[in-house]
Design a binder for this molecule. Structure first.
Ligand SMILES: Cc1cc2nc3c(=O)[nH]c(=O)nc-3n(C[C@H](O)[C@H](O)[C@H](O)COP(=O)(O)OP(=O)(O)OC[C@H]3O[C@@H](n4cnc5c(N)ncnc54)[C@H](O)[C@@H]3O)c2cc1C
Length: 534
């Protein structure tokens, strides 16, 4: 794949921009980034950068909960086995074991920091979601786990005197010198571009759902961290694996709210436009089958019934319990005249969780010295080819803690040196017509939805590659002065890697379904596809 991207997105010269020095720089203030911040030794200075406010992250929108073995009837072996089954032979078993065994401690730590999880009969209320053999999901505020957990963690970091947050600050690129990460080039309205020099850097920029037209992810999830790490020379893996959430609210005019899997855990049934329950025809686990199976079944049923959605039906369940267990979704649906306890809720799949990302080891170290990473931006080996529900907040907590500890120890060994390095990126003369960025962005998102969505073919992927390469040829080498241009460049870069990996993987596995290669091919493809900038 030819590299059309310049090393840095924007011009800078050390004599013309302010400099800032931190011991540990954390890019991203979702659960992974803030957990990392809490693991850094209080003697060290920490700077956390978020591109929007601290309240805009996938973490804040998480609904269902966090998985962990907390029920005496459950066993670590069960959680490990469920994760491995979902991952379709591509998980790293050592990673799965480590994360699962650490889960109870990480959940109790959140409770100690003030997170209030829902309780039942004097203990933690444990939910069950698709692919889990036991009740093991802690949740909060019914269906707003992320909001509550982030509230507790944000309060905790506010008490740290060694920590600064720069919100509404866009990270353009990692700074590298002699193949070591030295910090980042960032931009905000107040200071313009700034060179942040850091002894160690942790990347926690979350997912990339916005690359698709239909997605559960908020605006911030444009895959910046994936593109930033790639340009800096770090290895990325598993880019073909985008998980689609099967049940995203589909009402014209409403935002694409996710309808949590926990609803199916509580007994909600999927029905088509004719009122027929269809999941048992597709899988013995019916509505509790893993997400990829439910997503595909929904797409097939939509096609069979020639209808743009299917429906979630809770009318056979206790109405009071339904409304109290899912207050957030009840309120959104009520705005559109739907009572979730009585009316069928229209849903269809949407891009939800980016499995692929920056390769990390058990400690959260990337392949680029000086750079660590945690959370959705990574490929740790936990999810394999398909993520088990509620394992991702857990991954952010475990890897956030590891990366924070590792970066802290590494930074402690480096003496202060308040000098910048001789790095610069010269200004290129402005070329050609101004571009309609929104037009290219919308075209990209529609193309990805059509050609690299739930069901893929070699021909569709080839067509997508051709369009994306054409757009890359005149967008990636431009120099933009603001976030929309840089974000589009990142989205194109990430889409290119996703398509390239999806074309290479000539089989179906986990969330990657190739209609032209419907079987799983363990002989050739029981391995990961990695990319590194040449
Ligand atoms: C609607 C929804 C429901 C979900 N429900 C669950 C659930 O119940 N259980 C579960 O386990 N998982 C769930 N997930 C997935 C889970 O929320 C995410 O995988 C997880 O929160 C990712 O955390 P993170 O810290 O890696 O990234 P995020 O929480 O997304 O944080 C990313 C951070 O990076 C910053 N950032 C991004 N780009 C830049 C840039 N260029 N410069 C500076 N800062 C940048 C953002 O501002 C943000 O602060 C859900 C996801 C969604 C969208």
């Amino acid at each position: 794949m030819p590299d059309a991207t310049p090393r840095y997105l924007a011009p800078f010269h050390p004599k013309r921009v302010p400099h800032h020095f931190a011991d540990v720089l954390i890019i991203g203030g979702g659960l992974a980034g803030l957990r990392a911040a809490l693991a850094v030794d209080p003697k060290l200075s920490v700077l956390v950068i978020t591109k929007d406010s601290l309240l805009q992250s996938n973490s804040n929108y998480a609904q269902g909960g966090i998985a962990g073995v907390l029920d005496p009837e459950d066993r670590f072996e069960n959680h490990v086995a469920d994760t491995l089954v979902a991952g379709a032979d591509l998980c790293d078993k050592q990673v799965v074991e480590m994360v699962v065994r650490e889960a109870p401690a990480r959940i109790h730590e959140l409770i100690a920091w003030g997170a209030r999880f829902d309780e039942e009969s004097g203990g933690l209320a444990l939910g069950r979601e698709g692919g889990h053999s036991h009740f093991r999901i802690v949740h909060a505020l019914g269906d707003a786990t992320g909001k509550e957990v982030m509230r507790a963690v944000i309060e905790r970091i506010r008490d740290l005197p060694n920590l600064q947050t720069w919100q509404n600050t866009f990270t353009l690129d990692l700074l590298t010198h002699e193949a070591v990460c030295r910090g980042a080039l960032v931009w905000n309205e107040r200071h313009g571009k700034t060179l942040v020099w850091a002894k160690q850097t942790i990347l926690c920029t979350g997912g990339a759902g916005q690359i698709y037209r239909e997605t559960t992810n908020p605006e911030v999830a444009t895959g910046d961290g994936h593109a930033i790490a790639y340009r800096a020379g770090a290895e990325l893996r598993d880019m073909e694996f985008m998980q689609f959430h099967p049940t995203v609210l589909y009402i014209a005019g409403s935002s694409r709210n996710l309808i949590t899997e926990a609803m199916r855990g509580e007994g909600a049934r999927l029905i088509d436009r004719n009122g027929d329950r269809f999941m048992p025809e597709y899988d013995a686990r019916a509505e509790l089958a893993p997400r990829d199976i439910v997503s595909r079944a929904i797409v097939s049923q939509m096609e069979k019934t020639r209808h743009p959605s299917v429906y979630l039906d809770l009318s056979h369940l206790d109405a009071a319990r339904v409304r109290s267990r899912f207050p957030g979704i009840a309120a959104v649906c009520a705005e559109f005249g739907l009572d979730i306890a009585r009316d069928p809720i229209p849903v269809r799949p949407g891009a939800h969780y980016m499995i692929g990302g920056v390769t990390v080891d058990l400690e959260g170290r990337t392949t680029l010295p000086g750079l660590w990473a945690a959370g959705e931006v990574t490929s740790s080996g936990l999810h394999g080819a398909n993520r088990l529900a509620s394992n991702s907040l857990l991954e952010g907590l475990v890897y956030g803690a590891h990366a924070g500890t590792g970066a802290s120890r590494a930074a402690e060994k480096i003496a202060d040196d308040f000098r910048g390095l001789p790095l610069e990126n010269p200004t290129e003369p402005e070329v050609g017509e101004p571009l309609d960025l929104a037009d290219i962005r919308n075209s990209l998102r529609s193309l990805m939805w059509r050609n690299a969505g739930v069901r893929r073919t070699g021909a569709g992927l080839a067509e997508a590659a051709e369009s994306i390469d054409r757009w890359c040829s005149y967008v990636l080498n431009r120099q933009f002065a603001a976030t929309p241009g840089w974000q589009l460049q990142n989205m194109l870069e990430v889409a290119r890697l996703m398509i390239s990996a999806a074309r290479k993987r000539e089989e179906s596995r986990g969330v990657h379904l190739r209609l032209d290669f419907p079987a799983t091919d363990n002989e050739h493809w029981r391995r990961q596809i990695a990319f590194r900038r040449s």
